[in-house]
Each structure stands twice: as C-alpha cells, then as structure tokens.
Design a protein around this ligand. Structure first.
Ligand SMILES: *Cc1c(COP(=O)(O)O)cnc(C)c1O
Ligand code: SF4
Length: 333
C-alpha cells in the first residue's frame, strides 16, 4: 500500500481516475443499484454522460433522487424545447475577442482553455459551446495572449473552459508564464470543478505550478451540495490552500439539488470548514436542455432571506444572474 500523504507523495494517477469515469448510464445505474427505468437516456442528447467514480461514490445507493446523481444523469427532459432556453444564453459568441478569449467585463478577460471536463453537469451553460472554434486553438493560445498583452486595462485573467485543470501541469505552467510576463496582469483566477469532482488532480506537482507564479492566484471552485465536499475534496482543498491561493466557491441554484435553506446553509458551513468562502449562487443560465433545473427568481429571493437568518453574513453567497450584454453579473440579492 502506497501512503497517500507525506513528503514523497506524488498523488494517485488522476488521468487513470479520469479514464475510469462512468460514461454509460447503465453502468452508473448498476453501481448505485437503481432500477433500469431510472437511466435510459444513453445518448446524453449530444452531451455524453461523464461521472468520475470518486464522485459516484458520494451518491446514496438506491436513491434515484440523489442530488449528486441528479446533476449528472441524462434525463429525457433534456430533449424538451422551452421558450427562452437557447444554445448560447449568456452571449459568449458576441463577447469573443480571439479564439478562446472572451471579454464581457472591464479589467478581466476569460480564457476558454480547453473543451474538456472531468464531469458533465447536465445544466452546464456551455453544453452547446462551439469548442471546435472557440477554445484556445492549435497556436496554443498565441492570438489570445497577444490580445491580452495589447490591452493595458486588463488586470485579471480567468482560466476557464471546460475545466482548465484538465490540462497538463507543463501546459498550465507555460500558459501561466506567458500571462505573468504581461506587466498589467495582476491577478490570475482559475475556475475549476476538479478539486471537488476529481480531487486526485490536486497533486503536489500542480500545487508547485500554482505556487510558482508572481501572480496572486484565486481558485474559484464549483460545489452545489455539501455532500460533494467529502474527505478527499477537503484534503485537495487543503493542499490548494497551502499554495497561498485564495479559495472561493460558486454554485448554481438547482431544482431538486440545493433549492432549500438547510442544504445551502450546510454547503456554506462545509465550505468554510474546508477553507473556502462562498462567492456566487447563480440563477440557472437558460441553456437549452436544462429547463427542469430552473428555480425562479422569487424562490431564490426567499431562499436568500432564509439563509441570512441562519448564517453569518460572510457565509451568505451573492445571488446573481448573468444577463447577456450586461457589464457585470447582475445582483439579485
Ligand atoms: C462571470 C464572468 C467573469 C467573472 O465575473 P466576476 O463578477 O468578476 O466573478 C468574467 N468574464 C466572463 C466572460 C464571465 O462570464
Ligand atoms: S464542470 Fe463546469 S464547465 Fe464542466 S460541465 Fe460542469 S458546469 Fe460545465
């Protein structure tokens, strides 16, 4: 047995964990002991199921309504057409400056570093994103880096995707070096769900890369339910914190997953225990195929009122919505 901690520890093989992820609903169903009727949307409606085994292990066996399962299991409802739900609800196409580079807000720009994710969240607002055209291209992002360098007003670059931590350490180090060489860039932000859904990704080698830049690093993770933050995620977040990074969390308010005050309060308190501050709670982006996850604005406001009665102010996330064309996320409460 190889020790899973200590100075010589290089971490389990995250790429192997990735390869072993569930991609067929029938396999996940068998793993959880669920009846056949629960998982029969094999095609995934053009967005294939993907669930790491360590994430599936956090689900409650035999419960077809499990809030973690609900986030990842393809549902027949995804094929329904609903007015107001579209392929590009947040206006990504209009905000594209160079291949893989989006800018919507003053002072910060976002790099779509890769189309890949370790998990496929059924409500993902980029589930229809044209990654073939819109991710950093075969030039390794040279055009995007040049565009960032040419804008003296850019203070912060956000690595997004897909999930930026799906890229190799060497690849990430190279990208971070290129960004650190641009004098006006003061902060680097990384939007990633991997510390939660594939904690083995947070290896000592990755931590050395993140700790080895002149740029202060902000890591914004994505957890929606307290049960996603098990022991392995907690340890991964601890390792990230050791790099000096600031850790924040964003969640999506999802029907049947976290649309009650007890769950949201537990999420905030669990995050804090693991060294992460709540940042945003997003109203669902109205992406085609995700209507069954929507929680209305009025209910969102009620939930926020209930949260404020339970939590210290610093553990209450900001409820926001992304409005295409707006100059910032739009605050709801
Ligand atoms: C959400 C988003 C950001 C970050 O917004 P903050 O309010 O700073 O967290 C930046 N760029 C794009 C394109 C975004 O969608
Ligand atoms: S991790 Fe983020 S980008 Fe990837 S599928 Fe989930 S919501 Fe979408």
């Amino acid at each position: 047995m190889v020790a899973r901690s200590g100075p010589g520890w290089q971490g389990p093989d995250w790429k192997q964990d990735l390869r072993q992820a569930f991609t067929r609903p029938a396999d996940l169903r068998a793993f959880l002991g669920l009846p056949a009727a629960v998982a029969n949307a094999d095609s995934g409606f053009g967005f294939r199921m993907r669930v790491p085994r360590c994430y599936a292990a956090l689900m409650e066996p035999g419960n077809p309504q499990d809030p973690l399962l609900r986030q990842v299991l393809p549902q027949a409802a995804e094929a329904e057409v609903h007015p107001g739900f579209s392929p590009d609800p947040v206006g990504d196409a209009a905000a594209t400056l160079a291949p893989g580079l989006l800018q919507k807000y003053r002072g910060r720009a976002l790099l779509v570093t890769t189309p890949a994710c370790a998990i496929h969240c059924r409500y993902c607002f980029r589930r229809h994103y044209p990654y073939g055209k819109g991710a950093l291209g075969s030039d390794g992002g040279a055009a995007a880096i040049a565009a960032i360098a040419a804008d003296p007003g850019l203070r912060e670059v956000i690595l997004s995707g897909g999930d930026p931590l799906m890229r190799d350490d060497a690849d990430l180090a190279e990208l971070m070096e290129a960004l650190a060489a641009i004098p006006q860039v003061e902060r680097l932000r990384i939007h990633t769900r991997l510390p939660v859904v594939l904690p083995s990704r947070v290896t000592p080698a990755l931590c050395r890369v993140l700790g080895g830049t002149r740029l202060p690093v902000v890591v914004v993770i994505h957890a929606n339910h307290p049960r996603e933050l098990g022991e392995a995620a907690g340890a991964a977040l601890g390792r990230l914190r050791q790099t000096g990074a600031t850790l924040l969390n964003q969640s999506v308010l999802l029907r049947g997953v976290n649309d009650d005050p007890a769950t949201l309060a537990d999420l905030s308190e669990t995050l804090f225990r693991q060294g992460v501050m709540p940042y945003y709670l997003h109203l669902l982006d109205r992406v085609a195929g995700a209507a069954h996850f929507e929680v209305g604005e009025a209910q969102g406001l009620d939930l926020m009122g209930a949260l404020r009665l339970r939590l210290p102010g610093y553990l209450v996330p900001r409820l926001v919505r992304e409005v295409a064309g707006a100059g910032s996320k739009t605050a709801i409460a």
